[in-house]
Structures are given as C-alpha cells and as structure tokens.
Design a protein around this ligand. Structure first.
Ligand code: TTP
Ligand code: MG
Length: 391
C-alpha cells in the first residue's frame, strides 16, 4: 500500500530544475561562469493543475484531452506507457482505466502558470517565461552572495559523472552552492555537458533549433547533435552566416550566452480556439461570445484598461496547408473598457461581441460561403501606448 509519506514525497517534486552555467565555447572547462541560470520546467503541467483542483485525481492514471489527443498525462499514466500527444484511442488501449479530463479551456493552466512565475519573481526579478510551464531565472547574484557566506560546499543529490570526486565542488563552487537539491535531482558538471548533448538523437531536441533550421541542417547532412558538434564551422557559416553558425556550434555543446530577459506583465491578452470547420455566422458569433466572456474576466483581473480589440481568423484552404491567418483590429471605446474594470461583464461581452463581428465582416463577405478553422480574439494596449492603468 502506498504510504502517505511516499505520496507526499512524490508530490513535493512538481517540476524539473536544471542549473545552466553559461560558458564560452573556447572556455568550456573554466570554473568562472558568466551567469548561473536556473531553468524550471513543470512536470506534467496540465495534469498537475487538474490534480490540484481535484486531489482525487492524484491517485488515478490521468490524461488531459484536447480534441482527440491526450496532450499530457500524470506519472501514474506514464507508468502504463502513455506519452504526451498520444491519440485518445491509443491511450485508452494502453490504459483502459485512464481518467480523461478535458483541457481545452486554458484558464486554470494560465492562472497557475502566472502564479509560478510570480513565486519565482518574489525570489529574484530576472525571470523569463517560455510558454506556460517553463521559466528561466538568472540567479548569478544570489550565487555570488552565497559563495561569500559559505566557506565550503558540496553537491547534494546525484552528480552525472563517471569520475566524480569531492574536488569538483571546489572546482565548481558556484554550481555546488546553487544546487541544494533534495529530490533526486542531478548535477551535470561542465565537462560532461558536451557528451550528454552529443547523445541526443536529433537537433530538434535542443531549444533554439526549430523546424526550419533543422531542415537546412538536414540539407548539409547534419541530423544529430553529434553531427553538429563535428561539422566544420566554416561550412556551417556558408549556409547560416558567421554569427548564426557560431551560435549553432555553441548550442551543440550546451553553451548559450543569451541573457534572461524579464517577461513582466503581458502586453496583450488573447484567447483562441481551432476547429475542423466553422461555416455559419451563428457559430462564429457564439464562438466569439465564448472567447470574449473568458477574456473579459481576465482583463478585469488584470486591472488595466484594454484599448484595442483584434480579431484573427484562419480560413481553410486546400491548396495552402499552412493556413495563413488574417486579422483586423479596432479601438475599444473607453466606456466599454470602464465596464470591464467595474466588473459589468455581460454588458461588456455583448458590446465587444458586436465590435468583433464588425471586424469579422471586414474579412468575410456576409453572403459568401466561408470555412474557418480558427478564431482568436486579443485585447491589448493601444498600438502607441501601454495598457492604461485603471482608476
Ligand atoms: P510540456 O512541458 O511539454 O509537458 P508536461 O509539462 O505536461 O510534461 P513534462 O513532465 O514532460 O514536462 O508542456 C507543458 C504543457 O503544455 C503540457 O502539460 C500540456 C501542454 N501541451 C500542449 O498543449 N500541446 C503540446 O503539444 C505539448 C507538448 C504540451
Ligand atoms: Mg513540462
């Protein structure tokens, strides 16, 4: 039987953390880092949010469903062989007792995501968000302060190294002092970074190499990180230019010196939904109403007065599989902005919906057939100004 203690122990480790020393390419074994950056990636993020909302879900294999896909699942489900982005059919086959929760409304995930960032910012202001569940935090100053306090430090938890010795803590004190890790976490020493990077099969596994770059690399015969590590810089520079080539070579050995840029409050709030087909004005109206109802509440909680409404649609096109987006935007009259601030939600949603429908008819001719696959509405600051503070 699972003890309460085991259960809590598992629950105390809600995210994976890696400490990223930023080193120069030519200086990979140096013990003096330019920066010490912590990277946080929440474990099974949407599933964790649902387990917090309903603790009974912590004890069952849980999948989060969007359309026909299980976008993520908890660790009990992963033990049964489920992976992220598996089809619902396959997931059910692998794990018939799987409990599915719909995850198309992102409100709760978004809220918790911002709470996590706020918590990190309360320790250190240099926090950069990446998507919903990742944060980078530049803790260089904290590490420097700690180093002045501690005469000796050792590595807690595991160290990923074949030839680890206690001397390494003296060689890399900034890494040891920054890794007080009780939860089975592992420290990766600088001399092991290049080899662990080289063990990654595809260049796509590395942040900073997207689909297009991977395609161009493939054209040069580079598909794995190992290939990239040994590919001559000059040849790479001929394809990508000098500075991008250097950056790619650095990434291949796990070195990235880009600064952590604090994200701050979002400049705009948006909500969108995608579907296979939407072809009637009634459906469009209902979808816009639904999106705006959620958005208006978020604008109210944000407290700043929105000034611009933008509507984006994506039309289906058999010939263009990338489905380009079109947008129109217009000002939000101040009396509507005030209703949002005052919490007069129904009225504000009705008025914003009629504004959004006007924007819609600027893109779609009313009596012609249409086929949309996405609607997105955004409320944001004025193009020339920041969100106006309320009151
Ligand atoms: P991830 O960090 O990729 O996934 P995760 O946090 O669920 O799992 P892990 O423990 O491996 O980090 O993405 C964060 C959330 O984003 C995830 O909970 C669900 C959502 N998501 C999508 O909506 N679409 C996607 O294609 C992926 C990969 C994730
Ligand atoms: Mg994650």
């Amino acid at each position: 039987m699972e003890s309460a203690e085991d259960d809590d122990a598992e629950w105390r480790a809600p995210c994976s953390i890696s400490l990223v020393p930023s080193l120069e390419l030519s200086n990979i074994t140096s013990s003096t880092p330019h920066k010490v950056i912590v990277h946080f990636d929440m474990d099974c993020f949407y599933a964790q949010v649902e387990m917090l909302r309903n603790p009974a879900l912590r004890h069952v294999p849980l999948g989060i469903q969007q359309k026909y896909i299980v976008v993520t699942c908890n660790y009990l489900a992963r033990e049964q062989g489920l992976t992220k982005l598996m089809s619902v059919t396959e997931a059910k086959e692998k794990c018939p007792e799987l409990v599915l929760v719909k995850g198309e409304d992102l409100t709760h995930y978004r809220e918790l995501s911002h709470k996590v960032t706020e918590l990190l910012v309360s320790y250190c202001p240099l926090v950069e968000r990446l998507g919903f569940d990742e944060n980078f935090m530049d803790i260089t100053e904290m590490v420097e302060r700690r180093l002045q306090q501690y005469e000796t430090c050792t590595f807690n938890g595991h160290v990923y190294s074949n030839n680890y010795s206690e001397d390494k803590a003296k060689m890399y004190p900034w890494l040891a002092v920054g890794t007080f890790k009780p939860n089975q976490q592992t420290t990766l020493l600088p001399e092991d970074i290049s080899s662990i990077m080289g063990s990654l099969s595809s260049v796509r596994k590395v942040q900073g190499i997207g689909h297009q770059t991977a395609k161009r690399l493939q054209g040069l015969g580079v598909s794995s990180i190992k290939d990239l590590q040994i590919f001559p810089l000059d040849n790479l520079a001929r394809e990508f230019g000098e500075s991008s080539a250097r950056r790619l070579k650095n990434i291949a050995i796990g070195s990235d010196d880009s600064a952590v840029t604090p994200t701050g409050a979002p400049q705009s709030l948006s909500d969108e939904d995608s579907f296979k087909k939407m072809s009637s004005p009634k459906e469009v109206l209902e979808k816009i109403q639904e999106l705006l109802a959620c958005l208006v509440e978020r604008m109210h909680n944000d407290g700043r007065r929105p000034q611009t409404l933008r509507l984006t649609i994506r039309r289906y096109s058999a010939s263009n599989k990338w489905y380009s987006r079109e947008s129109r935007q217009g000002p939000i009259p101040s009396h509507i902005g005030q209703k949002i601030i005052n919490g007069n939600f129904d009225n504000a949603v009705d008025q914003l919906t009629s504004l959004a429908m006007k924007l819609f008819y600027k893109m779609v001719v009313s009596n012609k057939a249409f086929h949309l696959t996405l609607i997105n509405s955004i409320s944001s600051k004025d193009p020339n100004d920041h969100f106006t503070q309320s009151g």
